[in-house]
Design a protein around this ligand. Sequence first.
Ligand SMILES: [Zn+2]
Length: 200
Amino acid sequence: MNTTFSRIVNLEFHTLGKDPKTLELEADASELQELSETGAIAKVHARIEVTPLAGEAYLGQGEARGILKLDCGRCLEALDQPFFIKFNLLMEKSTEKGLSWSDDGDQGVEDYQVKIGSDIREIPLDSIIAEQVLLNYNLHPLPALDAQNKCVQCGRLAFTAEETKRADKVDPRWAGLQGLKDSGKKDPKGPDSGEKRGKA
Ligand SMILES: [Zn+2]
């Protein structure tokens, strides 16, 4: 069994041979748009066990791990949430060009199937990892509180309902949020037309 290292979270299809292989892949989350949109930061690691099947096909059994930077719903501070996801990828050679992902209704949510044209050398895995993160992690966590009213996740003192009401007016963090919304409105490239998010 061979182990190879690659700089990016792409499966190098052209390097797969007739023997089982373990691929270790790594990327900066900032280079992977869909994944960074889920809140992923720092390095993302993936490991894929590739088993050759009959008929120029391969089964990849993958796992990926990294860190999500989320906003704690209790204390409104940033919270680092490690993630670990798994997926299966069935790869088949195709006579067509390009990559063709198929969505078979019988597949499990972590099973993916792709046909690979002769022009394809690499299979991007960031969409799969991003989708599994979305399916498996609450990106808006509201952790439980301990007896001292502290967030069990980050240990910070949580807002009580009363404090949250007052925070609407005085807490500087809300002012910062409003600033973000305002700058979003001014962005000429932003999706303008009347789709307002949050409270009116
Ligand atoms: Zn917290």
